[in-house]
Design a protein around this ligand. Structure first.
Ligand code: G3H
Ligand code: 13P
Ligand code: ZN
Length: 333
């Protein structure tokens, strides 16, 4: 057993209490490599934001669990070196089963998600409760999910989304004992969150998505007053990055994300954690494609990963300040 407490990480409990009270959301940024981790920490230290470093099953396979754990330890020390001991959570994103969640709890994670959303309700309750019972022995917090998001969740792909049913949430939370609940209100994973048919177009021909189902969110809040809610699939898919990627040879048609003003509104509600992965991928890819197009003779990875890291940092700072509202809240008491 390797406790997260030994490497200076924290669980989500206090962070979500503060986010609920302060009407902001804690950023949950996915990372797979050193440059992403550095950009997240630099941005969160500079904006004085708490942060959830999020690791998917795919990231564990890509980077190795021991390397990731030591990167999280490095993140804590890096934040200290940069001048602010911001609270850092190491969180398993979309835990597929009890075994993977347990392995993370045993190996330094301070928070885990168990994603039983594709299972029948009773099976989702059973596996989520099993993870909670194990995690809480070690003061590790647990996120469950009710409702299905369209798009790819690791290797679980759902063609259609099903909004969370507010009438189920109380029962789910009381039976499982989860610390937070991910819900489905129209967000989805990846860079195409809606089909073009579901959208309208503005005067520039840019896709404008339909609004999120705030009525479902309000219904959940009424059933679970003061309980932390999580939004997955919350990248905004900035049109500037899509344009740079396509200008320099990429092909990513029909890209459309969640508008920032809707995320801002959600962050002011009971939504305490907002998950962002795809925007980081787009920012890095845009910076690297541009660099290669403009510098065809360069081949030192530091020369193209450096600008990618800078672009990521800029984007995360913008999210913390302008969208999630977490900037300045690292040391809320
Ligand atoms: O929810 C999915 C995340 O974006 C993780 O994606 O499984 O490709 O690492 P990944
Ligand atoms: P995006 O694909 O919108 O970035 O969502 C990421 C996510 O929900 C990770 O769990
Ligand atoms: Zn997700």
């Amino acid at each position: 057993m390797f406790s997260y407490k030994d490497i200076g990480l924290v669980n989500t409990k206090h962070l979500f209490e503060m986010a609920m009270k302060g009407h902001y959301a804690v950023p949950a940024y996915n990372f797979n490599n050193m440059e992403q981790m550095q950009a997240i920490i630099q941005a969160c230290v500079e904006t004085k934001s708490p942060v959830i470093l999020q690791v998917s099953k795919g990231a564990r396979a890509y980077a190795d669990k021991y390397i990731l754990r030591n990167m999280a330890r490095g993140a804590v020390e890096y934040a200290h070196e940069l001048g602010a001991d911001i609270p850092i959570v190491l969180h398993l994103d979309h835990g597929p089963n009890f075994e993977v969640a347990k392995d993370c709890i045993d190996n330094g994670f301070s928070s885990v998600m168990i994603d039983g959303s594709a299972l029948p309700y009773d099976e989702n309750v059973a596996v989520t409760k099993k993870v909670v019972d194990y995690a809480h022995q070690f003061d590790v917090t647990v996120e469950g999910e009710l409702g299905v998001l369209a798009g790819v969740e690791d290797d679980v792909a759902a063609a259609e989304s099903h909004y969370t049913k507010p009438e189920e949430v109380q029962d789910f939370v009381s039976k499982t004992g989860v610390d937070s609940l991910a819900i489905s209100i129209g967000t989805s994973h990846g860079r195409c969150k809606f089909t073009p048919e579901q959208c309208t177009r503005n005067a520039d021909g840019v896709l404008v998505p339909p609004p999120l189902a705030f009525d479902v969110l309000e219904g959940v809040e009424k059933k679970l007053p003061g309980f932390p809610i999580v939004l997955h699939g919350s990248s905004s898919v900035p049109i500037e990055y899509v344009r740079i990627i396509e200008q320099f040879g990429g092909k990513i048609p029909d890209s459309v994300g969640i508008p920032e003003e809707q995320l801002r509104k959600a962050a002011q509600s009971a939504v305490c954690k907002i998950n962002i992965d795809s925007d980081g991928r787009l920012a890095m890819t845009a910076a690297i494609r541009k660099f290669f197009a403009e510098n065809p003779s360069k081949f030192d990875p530091r020369e193209y990963l450096g600008p990618a890291r800078e672009e990521l940092k800029k984007m995360y700072m913008h999210k913390n300040i302008e969208v999630l509202g977490s900037a300045g809240h690292a040391f809320d008491k």
